[in-house]
Design a protein around this ligand. Sequence first.
Ligand code: ZN
Length: 57
Amino acid sequence: MASCTYCGCDVTAHDPVYVEATADGERVPAGQFCNYGCLAAHIEEEGLTQGAVCRLD
Ligand SMILES: [Zn+2]
């Protein structure tokens, strides 16, 4: 079972979204989520957007 990084549910029972990051130029799994809702909640809870803006208008 692939459990959601945010809520722990089985992501395959939903509409899963997978996140990857890079380490030494290689793509590595950084999380799996039931859907964009869980991904958005995880980002919000962990404050992952703080200081991570790539473009300021
Ligand atoms: Zn979830």
